[in-house]
Design a binder for this molecule. Sequence first.
Ligand SMILES: [Zn+2]
Length: 113
Amino acid sequence: MSIAGSSRPASGGEHKFSHALDRLAPGKALHGESCGIGTIISMYLHGGDWRSIRSSLKTIGAPTTPADLGIPDTTAVEALMMAKTIRPERFTIFDMGLTRDSAENLVSMLYKD
Ligand SMILES: [Zn+2]
């Protein structure tokens, strides 16, 4: 953010997901934990190597699912739907037509091999 001279680098989909989760499940996740899960989801949508990110997070003992955080999957789905309403002028992958069905599939995907 210092290099960019703005907070835009911290307004990616992973951060919007994190902020939405903070509102829906206050105090359940550390910022880095929810951003980590948001990063897995965002990378999946970008078509990148999301499994490698998930594997790295598992290696350091970081949560990779809503269950790991003690948060219901339905709340994570709500957070994905809410994410695009936070700072909507800052475009993210969640503005590319994310539907409730796709949000449910994304959360399910976190649990699969
Ligand atoms: Zn952050």
